[in-house]
Design a protein around this ligand. Structure first.
Ligand SMILES: C[S@@+](CC[C@H](N)C(=O)[O-])C[C@H]1O[C@@H](n2cnc3c(N)ncnc32)[C@H](O)[C@@H]1O
Length: 247
């Protein structure tokens, strides 16, 4: 029943489309590598430690973690993303199509990461709980979970209602709104005579919401950062909400 429903969700089609990657093409490899360097120095894991990259996208963080000497598994719901990632597989870098709400492996990883707002897509809170629980179950005892989410307090106050940008010859019109506990980004454009219209909907999860979710999954928060340089989180000024928890 569940898997049938999944394909009607916006996140199943939008992230699988080439246009998502065109629109976000400036979210590049260097940004990912720099952040991964910071995080891996902070986590201080042994060489060869097992890391799970949940909702890995095209694998930019997974690939860099692997370059640093870790044994990395990336999972994502998008078939297209996983197909792309598989080109980079090696003995210590693997990718699987997988829905984060489902259990993947049990008591297996030294760390799990979920990066660049790859959470908050589900309508129902029970799905959020399932996803965090599945991440926790995958960790060994004392394993670390890192989630990098937007700081909704700042984002909601600074929402740019509309802007247009042309990337690779496609003019994207983006409308943003906040309501019903979601930030919605409506994305419209035409390409090859077709009109497209996608919604990106991310739940306005606050630090308190994550505290509850983590509590429910028996994860203990050990640090809270507010940007990719790992400065302390400040609700008013931080761009990101980056939580580190321990099993
Ligand atoms: C904003 S992108 C970020 C991708 C990657 N972490 C990065 O930073 O490049 C979010 C990703 O979440 C994936 N995703 C959405 N829903 C998912 C689900 N239920 N299970 C696993 N992955 C999912 C999408 O396919 C997409 O690749």
């Amino acid at each position: 029943m569940e898997s049938k429903k999944v394909h009607h969700n916006w996140f199943a089609s939008w992230f699988d489309s080439p246009y998502y990657h065109i629109l976000y093409s400036n979210r590049d490899e260097d940004e990912a590598s720099d952040f991964v360097d910071e995080i891996s120095e902070y986590l201080n894991l042994k060489d060869g430690s097992k890391i799970l990259d949940i909702a890995c996208g095209k694998g930019r963080h997974s690939r860099h973690l692997n370059r640093l000497g870790y044994n990395v598994t990336g999972t994502d719901l998008s078939e297209e993303n996983i197909k792309y990632c598989r080109e980079y597989e090696n003995d210590s870098l693997h990718f699987f199509k997988h829905d984060m709400r489902r259990l993947f492996r049990i008591n297996y990883f030294d760390a799990a990461v979920n990066l660049f707002t790859s959470f908050g897509y589900f309508e129902h809170n029970r799905d959020d709980k399932m996803a965090i629980k599945a991440a926790a179950k995958g960790l060994k005892k004392n394993g670390k979970f890192v989630i990098d989410f937007m700081n909704v307090s700042k984002i909601a106050l600074n929402l740019v209602p509309q802007n247009k940008s042309t990337i690779e010859g496609i003019e994207f019109t983006i409308n943003r709104s906040a309501g019903n506990n979601f930030i919605t980004k409506n994305i419209q454009f035409s390409d090859n005579g077709h009109d497209y219209n996608f919604d990106e909907k991310v739940k306005m999860l606050t630090l308190n919401d994550f505290k509850e979710l983590f509590n429910h999954a028996s994860l203990k928060i050990v640090d809270i950062f507010g940007n990719y340089q790992l400065d302390a989180f400040d609700e008013k000024t931080s761009d990101r909400l980056i939580l580190v928890a321990s099993k």
